[in-house]
Design a protein around this ligand. Structure first.
Ligand code: ADP
Length: 257
């Protein structure tokens, strides 16, 4: 068990504009080892943009993001430098796993290959080592029997579970989930939430943007409410759900519950 008090991820004053709109208005967040943070908030409040800044998918305009105390992501003013050094980005990005709303699996690869490709290419594992790791991860998400299936032959829930296995394959320090169940048919939400709950119980450090309040209630250590590009309030899920400080939090959580 980790004894360090250093945050796995520390974001300080992250600001991001799109056009003239200040989409993130100074967001700061620390995530400690084994912590499960659930992020909620109205559509357009900046949740996805924040996750994308954490994983270098967007450049931030101001602020700083540290993983294990080291700067990651594009630092303001250094975009060109980082763009010129994609290897540096890949190196830093591998500490963070990302699960997208729409799975984003490689369509021409099997489930096993989807999971094995990054460990082989980025970590330099041998083909057999990468396959062994991928097999174990597919088993962990309940899909050992689908190893040779291509994404088109899998249900949405199965594809999302492969995507989770793929993100885990890099053994990231932090897993980010961006509304992982919102593109799924309702009957498939449960199987993906179940996998996420297991990861949470195993001590995976994660930030999950989701409106699945059952997951938040049972798995989250902290619930964070985004509103108009800032963190409006945060705290234990039960506190925000029953006795929030802000009327907007109450109204929002009431609406999605
Ligand atoms: P949320 O995840 O909370 O729904 P987003 O982070 O997706 O919010 O979006 C925040 C705001 O930024 C929205 O107004 C959205 O339209 C805008 N936005 C997001 N991505 C882009 C982009 N690539 N270009 C322009 N505007 C964007």
């Amino acid at each position: 068990m980790e004894t360090t008090t250093t945050a796995v991820m520390s974001a300080r004053g992250v600001v991001k504009h799109f056009g003239g709109v200040r989409v993130l208005d100074g967001v700061s967040m620390d995530v400690m080892a084994r912590e499960v943070v659930v992020v909620v908030g109205p559509s357009g409040s900046g949740k996805t943009t924040f996750l994308r800044c954490l994983n270098h998918l967007e450049t931030m305009d101001e602020g700083e993001i540290l993983v294990h105390g080291r700067p990651v992501g594009y630092r303001p003013g250094s975009e060109r430098l980082v763009e010129e050094r994609p290897k540096v980005v890949a190196e830093r990005r591998r500490d963070i796993g990302f699960v997208f709303q729409r799975f984003n699996l490689f369509p021409h690869l099997t489930a096993l290959e989807n999971v094995a490709v990054a460990p082989a290419k980025v970590l330099g594992l041998s083909k057999s080592e990468a396959c062994e790791r991928a097999h174990a991860l597919l088993a962990r998400v309940g899909l050992a029997h689908k190893a040779s299936a291509r994404p088109s032959a899998l249900s949405g829930g199965q594809q999302q579970r492969v995507a989770i296995a793929r993100a885990l394959a890099m053994k990231p320090a932090l897993m980010l989930f961006d509304e992982p169940t919102s593109a799924l048919d309702p009957e498939m939400v449960g199987e993906v939430v179940e996998v996420m709950k297991e990861l949470a119980e195993e001590g995976t450090t994660m930030i999950v943007v989701t409106h699945e309040m059952g997951f938040a209630r049972s798995a989250a250590d902290r619930l964070v409410m985004f509103d108009q590009g800032v963190i409006l309030e945060e705290g234990p899920p039960e506190k925000l759900m029953t006795d929030p400080d802000h009327a907007r939090t109450r109204a929002f959580l009431h609406r999605i519950n």
